[in-house]
Design a protein. Sequence first.
Length: 54
Amino acid sequence: MFGLFKKKSEKEKLQEQYKKLLKEAHTLSTTNRKLSDEKTFEAEEVMKQLEKLS
């Protein structure tokens, strides 16, 4: 209950963004390969930021 108002750390925000981008890339892979590749690239950039934080 006390974690309800807890702010997310930068690392948690980036992890959520990474998951979201990969999910979008997977969905787009069946319809638009170019957009899927762009989303995958964005996800890789987010992962690089995560690695810098670690």
